[in-house]
Design a protein around this ligand. Structure first.
Ligand SMILES: C[S@@+](CC[C@H](N)C(=O)[O-])C[C@H]1O[C@@H](n2cnc3c(N)ncnc32)[C@H](O)[C@@H]1O
Ligand code: SF4
Length: 407
């Protein structure tokens, strides 16, 4: 869920006639590739990701035209990277997200990885993840993508309660996500994630417990759990505004988070980022760790964001306009910006403090260190060696801690 974000409107607008954005060099950290698949069978009422149903796209775009454009973007990006002072690093992680990548089918996802291999070098032991929706997977699908080189699968489960899935507009049955996770494991995937959403209107403590029972019965080595965010402009936001559904309650969300954490920890899944738990270090999502650690990545596909050596750009969102831009032979950026030292500092504090490994005190400026003392005195963080690490209570108030450290 941290893999794409809405198209930004600040920064520089990319000129149509120039090979913008301006890249200086790689930053020296891990290098990854994110691929955005902008297709969904139906739109979930809570989701504001850059994704489209076939009806919304009409004849303007299709998985075939998207794939053609994606290959063009890879070739353009690879050529731009070749012109940088440092050699393009081997790709340590690939993350195919969406949207619904499993709608491409096993052959389609194999084609995406082949296209990456044609333009970049995959590092030995690279992590290659695809998100998948439970209802568009099968044993044959998992076998195909495992054989193609995928190493990790992330499934959107959200809940095991039928009435909660209905509020969320999910089209799979409560049992399908767990069955899909088992099929993935049987196909040879050691690393399988299930995504949960908690705090949906109408969800009870018993519903959450049933979801956790289901997750733990699936034998996965990673769980992501996000509180339901009511995003502006979504069908869910309209229903909340009309009073048809109550907004998620902060106290309920905090109690649910504590319940999730204690049950996952008891089952041997340990938090390594505020919303993410893994059974071992090897089970952590290396791709997301790259984002959180300030690494470099190419984000390919409509609306995807990239970051290379302090230059950040974001692609045009609509698949048809994206393909048009790629066809002109430049990066399909809608805009770009060069991060200032202050912006880099803010990002580093925001992302690193949410990790279990914590924020090195030496990374904080004098005002940040004074704020860290206050946060520690308030019991929201503690020092582990010279790193500031959130306490259990601090994880519930992580956004507030970030605000304090940056104020
Ligand atoms: C955008 S989806 C893409 C993968 C796939 N289509 C799926 O639904 O699982 C990635 C994750 O983001 C979660 N997500 C999207 N919008 C959300 C929101 N408003 N609040 C909490 N989680 C959200 C999804 O439920 C999903 O688990
Ligand atoms: S299936 Fe996933 S990406 Fe598609 S609308 Fe639902 S949450 Fe969003």
């Amino acid at each position: 869920m941290t893999s794409t974000a809405p198209e930004r409107t600040s920064g520089n607008a990319a000129a149509d006639d120039a090979g913008l954005p301006v890249l200086r060099d790689f930053g020296g950290g891990a290098f990854g590739i994110y691929v955005h698949v902008p297709f969904c069978a139906t739109r979930c009422g809570y989701c504001d990701f850059n994704t489209y149903t076939a009806g919304e796209l009409g004849s303007s775009s299709s998985p075939e035209s998207w794939f053609e454009a994606l290959r063009g973007e890879f070739a353009t990006a690879a050529a731009q990277f070749d012109a940088l002072p440092s050699a393009t690093p081997a790709v340590e992680t690939v993350f195919v997200g969406g949207g619904t990548p499993s709608l491409l089918g096993g052959d389609g996802l194999a084609g995406v990885l082949d296209a990456i291999r044609e333009n970049f070098t995959l590092a030995p032991g690279a992590e290659v993840t695809t998100e998948s929706n439970p209802e568009s997977t099968s044993p044959e699908f998992f076998e195909r993508i495992r054989a193609a080189g995928y190493t990790r699968v992330s499934l959107g489960m959200q809940s095991a309660a039928q009435h909660v899935l209905k509020i969320l507009d999910r089209t799979h049955t409560p049992g399908r996500a767990v069955a899909a996770a088992r099929e993935a494991r049987e196909a040879g995937f050691e690393h399988v994630n299930l995504d949960l959403i908690y705090g949906t209107p109408g969800e009870t403590d018993a519903d959450l417990d049933a979801s956790l029972d289901a997750v733990l019965s699936a034998g996965v080595d990673h769980v992501s759990a996000y509180s339901l965010i009511v995003e502006d402009g979504t069908a869910l936001a309209r229903r909340v505004r009309r009073g048809e559904l109550p907004a998620p309650d902060d106290d309920v969300l905090a109690a649910r988070y504590e319940r999730i954490d204690s049950r996952l920890e008891a089952a041997g899944l340990h938090w390594y980022e505020v919303s993410n738990w893994a059974a071992s270090d090897a089970g952590r999502c290396r791709h997301n760790l790259g984002y959180w650690d300030g690494g470099d990545w190419l984000g390919a596909g409509p609306g995807a964001h990239s970051h290379v050596g302090g230059t950040r750009w974001w692609n045009v969102k609509h698949p048809a306009r994206y393909a048009d831009r790629v066809a002109t032979g430049v990066l399909p950026a809608a805009g770009w910006e060069s991060l200032t030292a202050e912006e880099r500092y803010t990002e580093r504090v925001m992302l690193t403090v949410r990790l279990r490994t914590g924020l090195p005190l030496e990374d904080l400026d004098p005002a940040g260190r004074r704020a860290a003392d206050r946060v520690i005195a308030d019991g929201l963080a503690e020092l582990t060696g010279d790193r500031l690490v959130l306490t259990d209570r601090g994880r519930l108030l992580a956004d507030g801690v970030v605000r304090d450290l940056l104020s």
